[in-house]
Design a protein around this ligand. Structure first.
Ligand code: ADP
Ligand code: MG
Length: 351
């Protein structure tokens, strides 16, 4: 997941190169393994009639959260939502949670109870049960590592690798809100004279954007719906920004893409924030890290069926592009009708 706090760069490590190297060296395949390193979650065959889906995420104080802008309950909620979102991206149903925690000297029992209250609030709507974890002291800040286990019927899981030339690219909900919310949290209070434009944003929009950052919704129902009906050919969740996460679908599927920037679903709140700060809302939508929306591809044959069914279900989906051959690369069509190579403005650790 993307950090919320600026960290000092460690230019000797490149996150995705490092993961690829670990995969090459240690990622052996076995017959019971459907998907190892390289997707939103691992998938293994647990029973003849069921696949198990596993994902883990680590949150570090000073990188992923800042106790000056988030409560312990917010941090627990976000941590659970990040893991739930990876299960959603696989089209799976989450079931069990393991939580490993390192508590700094200043941490209290009350802090931990609040953290768990937030974590379980995110899990409760999905009936996810806490089944274990580990507890340790920390010489530094807080560390929270969650592991989530889910299930999916055999051959129904959604992978990053299934996009085909001619497929349409879709995203759920709206994107850019969480980044706008994070930026709002990191601004000095509105009373400080240095930011006179802060007042231009309504309290309702401000609350909505901050809520999207602190209490994101994992698209579990949408993911299951896409997998149950075989509507999606590939899927990923947006946890590092659209422009970065889109690349993972292209790399794993060996395809190119044209992203239609004028089609990006941007909320009125995000547009109002962008206008008040003289920012381009498209930039927020491309770079925004943790919206936890699903990005997925649909074959041309399924397109109208998916759009009709989404309306019936009350799901918000937007078509934002088209899959092309690999040689096309990753391109964006600007609102002025010009094509250009899409830069990766999403988040990557260590760069
Ligand atoms: P996501 O953003 O969906 O959580 P990541 O970019 O964190 O995905 O991870 C991509 C893939 O790399 C996943 O399959 C994940 O399990 C794997 N991965 C990440 N870090 C490590 C690590 N330190 N060791 C082994 N596998 C890793
Ligand atoms: Mg993911």
């Amino acid at each position: 997941m993307a950090p919320t706090v600026r960290t000092k760069a460690r230019p000797t490590i490149h996150e995705f190169d490092l993961i690829r190297a670990l995969h090459r060296r240690h990622g052996r395949r076995t017959p019971s393994m459907i998907q190892g390193i390289g997707d939103d979650a691992a998938v293994i065959i647990s029973r003849a009639d069921q696949w198990t889906v596993l994902t883990t995420d680590l949150l570090t104080e000073g990188v992923h959260f800042d106790l000056r802008t988030a409560t312990m309950a917010d941090i627990g909620f976000r941590a659970a939502a990040a893991n739930l979102s990876d299960i959603a991206a696989m089209g799976a149903t989450p079931q069990y949670l393991l939580a490993a925690l390192a508590i700094p000297r200043a941490g209290s029992r009350q802090h931990v109870l609040q953290l768990y209250r937030g974590m379980m609030a995110a899990c409760r709507p999905h009936h996810v049960q806490l089944i274990g974890g580990d507890t340790s002291g920390s010489g530094g800040g807080w560390f929270l590592s969650l592991t989530l286990i889910g299930i999916v019927p055999p051959r129904k899981a959604l992978f990053r690798s299934g996009a085909r030339v001619g497929d349409h690219l879709y995203v759920t909900g709206t994107i850019g809100d969480a980044l706008a919310g994070l930026r709002l949290l990191n601004e000095p209070p509105p009373r400080v004279k240095r930011h006179p434009r802060t007042a231009a944003l309504s309290t309702r929009h401000r609350k909505l954007l901050i809520g999207r950052h602190l209490r994101p919704t994992a698209r579990i129902a949408e993911g299951r719906w896409l997998s149950t009906h075989c509507f999606a050919t590939s899927a990923i969740d947006i946890s590092d920004g659209l422009s970065g996460d889109l690349r993972h679908i292209c790399e794993e599927s060996h395809v190119g893409v044209e992203l239609d920037l004028s089609a990006l679903p941007i909320s009125p709140a995000c547009r109002a924030y962008a206008a008040s700060r003289k920012l381009d809302p498209i930039h927020l939508a491309l770079a925004g890290g943790e919206d936890y929306e699903l990005l997925f591809t649909v074959s041309p044959q399924q397109r109208s069926r998916v759009e009709r069914a989404a309306i019936e279900q009350g799901f918000s989906l937007t078509c934002i592009g088209m899959i092309h051959p690999l040689r096309f690369g990753i391109q964006a069509l600007s609102p002025h009708g010009r094509r250009h190579r899409l830069a990766n403005t999403g988040y990557e650790h260590f760069t």
